[in-house]
Ligand binder design. Structure first.
Ligand SMILES: Cc1cc2nc3c(=O)[nH]c(=O)nc-3n(C[C@H](O)[C@H](O)[C@H](O)COP(=O)(O)OP(=O)(O)OC[C@H]3O[C@@H](n4cnc5c(N)ncnc54)[C@H](O)[C@@H]3O)c2cc1C
Length: 363
């Protein structure tokens, strides 16, 4: 049996960033990842947007960790040459009656300390995005994009350089409490860990139960994408969002130009039972035309092609609109640090979450 200070369950961006921060804080660390490679779940099935922090309720962990994480991520990407761009984002009002909601979002952004966000007029939008329809917009210069796969790869390399043991293809399948820590079982090995970080995404609820931690439910919520046909990619330059759903259900189907030049349209929102099903019952391409026309009135079905999909690990079901990240010492078993319920803006926040996890471990 291997003795270790901290075992991190999950090799997505949350787990890898936590492992790196813990190792740099002096802990001996292993990452247990059930898949044969790290980052194969939600961490590489997303929009790749570095959020500025406009949307989240003031005082929430999402608001604080997004702003902190954004700054850390831009610096990290620059240092480690990860493809990224601080390209800015427009949140557009298509009609005058959407302007009050835009102004409310502007106020919220400022409450969250995102003071670079400004209200702009239709001519500003025309200059940035000549093919997008808007009567008014919010301009967020600190929003950007990152190549998520490269981020995962770099985090993993840095973990290895910091002597983190990367144990892939090794799902956590059992845990027993002893006086010295938790004995963790995978199909191949056993670890005695003084502390366990639960960063297991869609399976964080089941793994918390396995570890003897607090009870909560993760609700899988699929987001699907279409893409602009290659011939239309030049019609979009950056990030263009509609107003977020009034129901609070999400940020709305938006346009995102990736670091490799494709333009995605999405993601949609649909709760489902299965945590690993990315494909069955995909939304027909036709259904993307109407939300796309809200931003690009000229679009037709022929301009679209099918895109990817991802599954959000939400801490609330369809009847509620907001749940904060769960980052902190477990309320039942203090040997566990939860880094769970990390839906959007989790990619943006990962380095800030890792930093917080390491601080909790040191306390
Ligand atoms: C459609 C969509 C769009 C998004 N867009 C954005 C965006 O633009 N910007 C942004 O900031 N965020 C975005 N997000 C959110 C972001 O992708 C997530 O918050 C982030 O990837 C969560 O990372 P994670 O490491 O917590 O989870 P994951 O990447 O899911 O990692 C969890 C890991 O745990 C492993 N695991 C599970 N069970 C076990 C076990 N028993 N033993 C060992 N390992 C286990 C899994 O295999 C997985 O690798 C989006 C999410 C979705 C779904």
């Amino acid at each position: 049996m291997v003795n270790i200070d901290v075992a991190v369950i999950g090799g997505g961006v949350t787990g890898l960033a936590s492992a790196l921060a813990l190792a740099r804080a002096g802990a001996t660390v292993c990452v247990l990842e059930r898949e044969p490679k790290t980052g194969r779940a939600t961490s590489t099935h997303n929009s790749g947007v570095i959020h500025a922090g406009l949307y989240y309720p003031a005082g929430s962990l999402k608001a604080a960790l997004c702003v902190d994480g954004r700054d850390r991520l831009y610096a990290f990407c620059a240092t480690h040459r990860i493809p990224h761009a601080r390209c800015g984002k427009l949140v557009v009002a298509g009609t005058a009656d959407e302007i009050p909601a835009l102004e409310a979002l502007h106020r919220r952004a400022h409450q969250n300390g995102v003071t670079s966000v400004t209200m702009v007029d239709a001519s500003f939008v025309k200059h940035k995005e000549p093919h997008v329809h808007a009567v008014s917009a919010l301009w967020s210069p600190d929003t950007g994009i990152v190549e998520a796969e490269a981020l995962v790869k770099t985090l993993e390399q840095l973990c290895r350089q910091a002597d983190v043991a990367m144990v892939v293809g090794s799902p956590l399948i059992g845990a027993d409490a002893t006086a010295d820590g938790l004995v963790l079982t995978t199909p191949h090995e056993r670890f005695l860990a003084s502390t366990v970080v639960n960063a297991s995404g869609l399976y964080a609820d089941a793994n918390s139960a396995l570890l003897g931690g607090q009870a909560f439910t993760i609700y899988p919520c699929r987001g699907e994408y279409a893409e602009l046909a290659p011939s239309k990619r030049a019609m979009v330059n950056g990030l263009v969002y509609p107003l977020p759903h009034a129901s609070g259900a999400g940020l709305g189907v938006h346009l995102a130009k990736t670091t490799w030049g494709t333009v995605t349209l999405g993601p949609t929102i649909r709760y489902q039972d299965d945590k690993d099903d990315y494909e069955s019952g995909r939304i027909p391409l036709d259904d993307f035309v109407e939300p796309a026309r809200h931003l690009l009135p000229w679009i037709t079905l022929a301009d679209l092609q099918p895109g990817g999909s991802g599954i959000r690990a939400k801490l609330h079901g369809p009847d509620t609109t907001f749940a904060d990240f769960l980052v902190g010492r477990d309320t039942v078993n203090p040997r566990i640090i939860q880094a769970s319920g990390i839906d959007s803006p989790g990619l943006t926040s990962c380095l800030a979450i890792g930093h917080r996890v390491a601080s909790i471990w040191r306390e």
